[in-house]
Design a binder for this molecule. Structure first.
Ligand SMILES: *Cc1c(COP(=O)(O)O)cnc(C)c1O
Length: 368
């Protein structure tokens, strides 16, 4: 299939907006001039801005969303003998973070909206359960009100995997504002992105914040005495500087993604299952449809020059490293993982391009 010419890539990470590009380059130039290359002044500014956006007191910039998850669990003291509940449909980082802490993952099935089925959480809690990680998949908010209630009732921590959902919200409560310590990725694929690897952790808890600052740099206090064995998860100043620029464009990018989603909703509602409208503010990290004949549709779209993505083709317990985790009761995830397809929805697509994508999908089902 690779010999087809891709006319509409799933993502195009080139910066085509001249004004944005100029501002990004100026930000890089400022960092080169002041020379504080790691954890420089822009990092502090970035952390303040992220904390404010998430209605939390503290934010800690880190190397990646993966680091954010790992360090968040470490800061909560999650380790060997503990269980952490999460979903089978996510990027593998969610599971790796749990396992790298030495804890055991427990999988709870998803709903048709691809998020954790909150009503199954209580049944998965044991004496060993330390935390639950709801993943705001595709940028859609999980049912956080109910999840927080259940967590409080059983005395477990909530860690939001908000890697895909910066800016999403339920009413006026943004993703990252609910759990005790919450994680973002700003990798270049994400809606709020850096230009390399980056992530952030937010919390209201001063003790957790202090521990995160140590864990971020080999577990050291004052860069000298190691209190907790850890690795190096610091963030580059240049990423923070570029993300401060990016932040000013974020509302516009989210608005454009929501408009693209509204167009697809209307154009495709009779041919595929579109993301349901549940009244939350969805930022559409991906526009993921549930379809019949998914693999044939994917191939057909590629033959028409449209690149799509399956996020993710392997459920977490079915990765090679985790074969021993087979046997979970996750029928909805097992069904949906064969039907999901993410279609191009980046904010830089033109109206003509999204109309073309929609028409190709309609053509595929119209062929009978
Ligand atoms: C992107 C992502 C991560 C990991 O983020 P990186 O910055 O790529 O390490 C974790 N969880 C989910 C759900 C993600 O989409």
């Amino acid at each position: 299939m690779l010999d087809y010419k891709i006319e509409i890539p799933y993502r195009d990470l080139r910066v085509k907006d001249g004004k944005l590009k100029r501002e990004l380059l100026e930000a890089v130039e400022r960092v080169l001039s002041h020379g504080r290359i790691i954890l420089g002044p822009e990092v502090e500014e970035f952390e303040l801005a992220v904390a404010r956006d998430c209605q939390k007191r503290y934010a800690v910039g880190v190397n990646s969303g993966t680091d954010a998850l790992y360090l968040a669990l470490r800061a909560l003291g999650v380790g060997p003998g503990d269980e952490v509940i999460t979903v089978p449909l996510s990027w593998i980082a969610t599971l790796n973070a749990i396992v790298m802490c030495g804890a055991a993952p427990v999988f709870v099935d998803i709903k048709d909206d691809l998020n954790i089925n909150e009503e199954l959480i209580a049944g998965a809690i044991t004496k060993k359960t330390k935390a639950v990680i709801p993943v705001h998949f595709t940028g859609r908010m999980c049912a956080m009100g109910r999840i927080m209630e259940i967590a409080a009732e059983f005395g477990i921590s909530v860690v939001e995997d908000a890697a895909q959902s910066y800016g999403s919200r339920i009413g006026d409560r943004p993703s990252g504002s609910f759990g005790v310590v919450n994680c973002f990725s700003m990798n270049p694929m994400k809606v709020f992105c850096g230009y390399g690897e980056a992530g952030a952790i937010v919390t209201d808890d001063a003790a957790i914040w202090q521990k995160l600052l140590a864990l971020r740099y080999n577990g050291t206090i004052n860069k000298e005495d190691c209190h907790y064995p850890s690795l190096n998860g610091r963030i580059d100043t240049v990423q923070a500087a570029m993300m401060l620029v990016e932040m000013r464009y974020l509302a516009g990018k989210i608005d454009r993604r929501r408009k693209i989603a509204a167009f697809y909703d209307e154009a495709l509602k009779d041919v595929v299952v579109c993301p349901p409208d549940d009244g939350t503010f969805h930022t559409y990290y991906s526009y993921t449809v549930v379809v019949q004949d998914r693999d044939a549709l994917k191939d057909y779209l590629l033959s028409r020059g449209v690149e799509t993505k399956i996020q993710h083709p392997l459920l977490l317990p079915y990765h090679t490293a985790y074969r021993h985790l087979h046997g979970y009761d996750i029928p909805n995830a097992a069904r949906l993982v064969k039907k999901i397809l993410s279609i191009p929805n980046q904010d830089n697509l033109t109206q003509e391009e999204i109309e073309y994508v929609a028409s190709c999908i309609i053509d595929f089902y119209g062929r009978g």
